[in-house]
Design a protein around this ligand. Structure first.
Ligand SMILES: [Zn+2]
Length: 152
């Protein structure tokens, strides 16, 4: 099942984590208010913590987030949308601009990342939109542990 999300301005951390899990997630603070609400006319699931917005968009698909903690927020989205382990594609979306990232040949990015990173890593990915380059590091290991716990 493919889901797209739109997270309101109070849910930046949740938006980032949904991108880590591979879901197309727009974040209100990245775009203008009007465009954000235009997006809701599409098939996006609105994520909000604001009762006023919940009531205004009562007919739309929506998850009203209750927890402050991002782990609990993710659990709620996963439960309400019935997202399974097989639905996620970890580290397939750019955390910065919400576009797909693809694996890239190490040779092609020589000089574009710090030398010690280039020398000590073999797998790199690149965002086709903003050209940000990603590689595995300790943050990936920590994220992986967090994700395993989410789907335990
Ligand atoms: Zn990007």
């Amino acid at each position: 099942m493919d889901y797209c999300f739109a997270a309101d301005r109070t849910l930046g951390k949740l938006a980032k984590w949904l991108r880590i899990l591979g879901f197309d997630t727009i974040f209100e603070s990245d775009i203008s208010n009007k465009r954000f609400y235009d997006h809701l006319a599409q098939e996006r699931v609105l994520l909000t913590r604001t009762a006023k917005i919940r009531d205004r968009f009562a007919t739309k698909r929506l998850v009203f987030i209750e927890a402050d903690d991002v782990y609990e927020q993710l659990r709620q989205v996963i439960d309400e949308m019935a997202i399974a382990r097989k639905d996620i594609r970890v580290f397939s979306m750019c955390l910065q601009c919400n576009s797909p990232i693809i694996g890239i040949n190490k040779i092609a990015i020589y000089g574009l990342v710090p030398d010690y990173i280039w020398q000590t890593h073999d797998e790199f990915s690149k965002c086709l939109q903003c050209e940000r380059i990603y590689w595995s590091g300790s943050h990936v290991e920590r994220s992986t542990a967090f994700i395993e716990k989410l789907f335990d």
